[in-house]
Design a protein around this ligand. Structure first.
Ligand code: ATP
Ligand code: MG
Length: 389
């Protein structure tokens, strides 16, 4: 019996004229993500995409990958059988055996989009319902609140038979919303921020600041593992790792300690802004949330924003830490984030950070530094890594 994956588009359905290009991007994303699991053929029909294996494919891994692709409202694995009542009655109990053995009640929902099929929907439902009751005699029918809804769809080429659909990842297909640069640390928050913006259709470039020898090779590898996990949702990520040691040492030598973190954050933003523009990104993304630490009071955020030319998106801005953690567990970045490799922020944390800085204080403190040459040197001191899921 042939098994396929049926995918229902998400918000795309609302997009009117753009719908077809949205669907094409979704299919392109699916193709790229399913490539490791075999060869598949993709067919569009109404707001459904059929993913049809050609030869032998790893269907478990393929449907797990589908569950993480944005732009999908729901999906299901489905049997594709001959458009013949005898075949439907024979294959349905076999295909749905496990799920029906674990249910108490069911109903059949038949849809006939091929009107030439000689049985009408109610006839298909009652024939198949009868057959399933005979075969699984612990089952009873409940049309209002069944444990399982068995759906039969009579389409152009095949009859599809499946149980309930599974909720998809939602959002919009990555690539429909342009590109933005995610400032990624090794912490809990920034990977979640990247996931959230990718969900809205934005492709990601990532910028990471490393300060060797104060930060270790493992800290950089940790960022790679975090991004590989985010890439299961966002697709490919272009990572730019920036050498940040010199800037941090200059700050430490020449600026007042309570302002260390904020001056450092302003340098990160300036450099990320430059690199983002060069990579055609239209915005920056950070994992900041109001009040979480001293550098994230609204005053401090105002001072970091003052040095950027691109808009800064902070999708976690109003979330509590426990809410952020629950997303990071869901997308399986949490266990990687809590590995204890220090990043450049923790290494240079001041003992008494300023929580109510003014722009003037920071600008005055920064006159001790050669800001432009430091930035010029940093944007040249970069390493590129291409990250795939
Ligand atoms: P996270 O868990 O994302 O590290 P955090 O609560 O530890 O966040 P900070 O360390 O103040 O907060 O960093 C705030 C934001 O600045 C991060 O979410 C991230 O977007 C960015 N950032 C911090 N450190 C780095 C770094 N080494 N490289 C790139 N971006 C960074
Ligand atoms: Mg951090």
């Amino acid at each position: 019996m042939k098994e396929i994956i049926l995918v229902k588009n998400g918000e795309l359905a609302l997009k009117g004229l753009n719908r077809s290009s949205f669907e094409d991007i979704l299919i392109k994303n699916l193709k790229r993500r399913l490539r490791p699991f075999g060869e598949f053929e993709y067919k569009k029909s109404q707001s459904t995409i059929m993913i049809i294996p050609v030869g032998s494919c790893d269907m478990d891994s393929a449907s797990d990958a589908v569950s993480k692709v944005f732009g999908i409202a729901a999906y299901t694995r489905s049997a594709a059988v001959e458009k013949d009542m005898g075949a439907i009655l024979e294959k349905a109990p076999e295909y749905l055996k496990e799920i029906l053995e674990n249910a108490d009640t069911f109903k059949v929902n038949a849809k006939r989009s091929d009107k030439a099929f000689p049985f009408k929907s109610p006839e298909i439902s009652s024939e198949l319902g009868g057959r399933l009751l005979e075969r699984f005699n612990h089952l009873s029918v409940d049309v209002h609140n069944p444990d399982v809804t068995v759906t039969v769809e009579i389409r152009d080429e095949y009859a599809f038979i499946h149980a309930d659909q599974i909720k998809g990842a939602g959002g919009m297909p990555v690539g429909t919303g342009g590109k933005a640069a995610l400032l990624i640390s090794g912490g809990i928050d920034s990977p979640v921020a990247g996931y959230m913006m990718a969900k809205r259709g934005i492709s990601l470039t990532a910028v990471h600041f490393a300060s060797p020898p104060f930060t270790s090779v493992q800290a950089e590898e940790k960022v790679h593992s975090l991004l590989r996990q985010v890439a299961k949702y966002s697709g490919h990520i272009h990572l730019i790792t920036v050498g940040f040691t010199e800037i941090q040492q200059e700050i430490r030598k020449k600026c007042p300690e309570p302002l260390f973190t904020l001056i450092m954050r302003r340098f990160m933003m300036r450099i990320a802004d430059r690199l983002a523009r060069e990579d055609n990104c239209a915005a920056l993304i950070t994992g900041e949330s109001v009040g979480q630490v001293a550098s994230q009071t609204i005053y401090a955020l105002g001072c970091t924003d003052a040095v950027t030319t691109l808009p800064v998106f902070r999708p976690l801005i109003g979330l509590d830490k426990d809410e952020i953690i629950s997303v990071s567990r869901k997308i399986e970045t949490f266990d990687i984030s809590i590995q204890p490799f220090e990043d450049c922020c923790t290494v240079f944390t001041p003992r008494h950070p300023r929580t109510r800085p003014t722009l003037k204080m920071l600008e005055d403190a920064e006159t001790a530094l050669d800001v432009d040459p430091l930035i010029e040197a940093a944007v040249k001191n970069i390493k590129i890594t291409e990250i795939e899921a």
